[in-house]
Write a protein that binds this ligand. Structure first.
Ligand SMILES: [Zn+2]
Length: 329
């Protein structure tokens, strides 16, 4: 359990349970997760980190200034990573399709060697590593959580076969994610950062998707597309300062689904990250589920209501930083 008033609170799981029940009522399949195994976790976390996490089992521990465990946290975190693995298992089988892992705690701040920012295990990184053992040679991860996924970036930054693309408020927690962080060594070009000034609106996100996210994904041609689906860039979110409306999350999902259908038979796995306004979280998740369940359709971005300059600036910075690696029209 997190301390009273902490945003990463159990009520978030109740929202996810309602979304899952609604999906089941519409004829969808809902599967309970299995715990991630040590083998699955060691692909992206080191032994010291796994030992520290298992030592926290049954105890309340402060892992960093934002990250606390309750006696149950270890088991819950194992289930979160395991749900991401199970989702990959399902879409890598035949027939291919999409899956949504409704999990807490989030994962994208967790580094190879430490817990951070409410995150114990890096769920989406565990999923990406698992996908490669199931025949996916190239895996793309798009992270639209409002925070930069420092852990995911660092785990894969030297790997050219795992593309990491992040939109995030910048400068902001955790401080990483500048446009000139493009990967290291053989991974140069396979990290794409789209830092956005606080206050970005739907139109800013539409622009960065249109000008950078989608073109890079289509050139990369992943065998599986993973999404770190955080909902804390919503205008109602109490932590961050972005102004996305609920339909923007459905629009981003439509864009990503279209790429997945064109490049990898629709293999698309969303793993939840942040999102701390319960009403916004529920409405946005329902929008995402509706997109995944419906026949493919063009992304319906909300009508631009605000002048936007932040998306253009972010796209320009990313295109400059990545000009040697990707073609931009
Ligand atoms: Zn976040």
């Amino acid at each position: 359990m997190t301390p009273p008033g902490h945003p990463e609170r159990p009520e978030r799981a109740q929202v996810m349970a309602r979304v899952a029940a609604g999906w089941r009522a519409r004829g969808g399949e809902v599967v309970a997760p299995r715990a991630a195994t040590r083998d699955q976790l060691t692909r992206v976390h080191d032994a010291d980190h796994l030992r520290r996490m298992s030592d926290s089992n049954g105890r309340a521990v402060a892992l960093d200034p934002d990250t606390y465990t309750s006696p149950e946290s270890y088991d819950v975190a194992l289930l979160a990573a395991g749900a991401a693995v199970d989702a990959v298992e399902r879409v890598m089988g035949e027939p291919a399709g999409s899956a949504l892992a409704l999990v807490r705690p989030p994962g994208h701040h967790a580094e190879r060697n430490r817990a951070m920012g409410f995150c114990l295990f890096n769920n989406v990184a565990v999923a990406a590593a698992h996908a490669r053992t199931r025949g996916a040679r190239r895996v793309a991860i798009v992270d639209y959580d409002v925070h930069h996924g420092n852990g995911t970036q660092h785990i894969f930054e030297a790997d050219r076969d795992v593309l990491y693309i992040s939109t995030h408020q910048y400068p902001y927690y955790p401080g990483t994610g500048a446009a000139d962080e493009i990967g290291v060594g053989p991974g140069a070009g396979a990290t794409v950062n789209l830092p956005l000034e606080v206050g970005a609106v739907d139109e800013d996100y539409r622009i960065v998707f249109d000008e950078v996210v989608t073109p890079v994904l289509r050139q990369f041609r992943p065998d599986l597309l993973l999404v770190s689906a955080g909902f804390d860039a919503h205008e109602r979110d109490p932590l961050a300062g972005m102004r996305l409306t609920t339909p923007a999350f459905a629009a981003m999902t439509s864009e990503l689904r279209a790429v997945a259908e064109d490049s990898c038979s629709g293999r698309l796995v969303l793993v939840t990250e942040g999102g701390y306004d319960l009403q916004a979280l529920e409405a946005s998740l329902e929008g995402v589920v509706t997109v995944l369940a419906a026949p493919r359709a063009a992304a319906m971005w909300p009508q631009a209501r605000h002048a936007s300059t932040r998306g253009r600036a972010s796209a320009l910075a990313a295109r400059r930083a990545l000009a040697d690696y990707w073609r931009f029209d």
